[in-house]
Design a binder for this molecule. Structure first.
Ligand code: GAR
Length: 203
């Protein structure tokens, strides 16, 4: 059965585009019900609209909410009111969920793509952090990676679905590493989505 998902983005949406493309070439049995962005100019919104996917722009404007918890609660409520879906997939969603968002859904509903290996370089600039770390601590086996994991209240943590190792070379510029990670993260993303759809197919 086709898995219905909602994709959360904040920027370019190149990972969203990969999911759209794989669905279109019928190698991924998913349907994107909605794309949510907290940033008005996120190019991912244009990608969604070009492909006929409904969008929701839902910014965190401080003065409109008592706190982040209230925003998260309203966001969860709004998304639920728009469509039915199985999973939320965060692809470059740059807003840390509070427990108020997470607890609005059953366990293992929210997935996140993070451009680092489990336990390493959490936060919004994982690739930059990995680059800086290996510049300062060069060694023989320099490795970063990307992962898809279930979201829990702790940032970029939670049970891992799939990971991919990505080498760091001494001659790399930050841009080289960024390009390599952003190439390989799309592979782990599609692997994880395929893995989950097979795994849950007969359960
Ligand atoms: C991706 O590199 C993704 O791994 C990262 O944001 C980028 C979004 O790119 N996510 C995080 O850092 C989450 N902590 P995109 O908008 O082109 O898909």
């Amino acid at each position: 059965m086709t898995n219905k998902i909602v994709v959360f983005i904040s920027g370019n949406g190149s990972n969203l585009q990969r999911v759209i493309d794989k669905i279109a070439d019928k190698t991924l049995d998913y349907k994107i019900m909605l794309v949510v962005s907290n940033k008005k100019n996120a190019y991912g919104i244009t990608r969604a609209m070009t492909n006929g996917i409904p969008t929701l722009y839902f910014p965190y404007i401080r003065k409109n909410y008592k706190n982040r918890e209230e925003y998260d609660e309203k966001l969860a409520h709004r998304v639920k009111s728009i469509c039915k879906f199985k999973w939320i997939v965060c692809l470059g969603w740059m807003h840390i969920f509070t427990n108020n968002f997470i607890k609005a859904f059953p366990e293992k509903t929210i997935l996140n793509l993070h451009p680092a290996l489990p336990g390493q370089f959490p936060g919004s600039d994982a690739i930059g952090e990995a680059y800086k770390y290996y510049k300062e601590n060069p060694c023989l086996d320099m490795m970063t990676g990307a992962m898809v994991h279930w979201v829990i209240a702790e940032i970029d943590a939670g049970e891992v679905v799939k990971t991919i190792d990505i080498p760091v070379f001494t001659c790399d510029t930050l841009e080289d590493l960024r390009k390599r990670v952003q190439f390989h993260e799309k592979i782990v993303l599609i692997n994880a989505l395929r893995f989950l759809s097979n795994r849950f197919l007969y359960s």
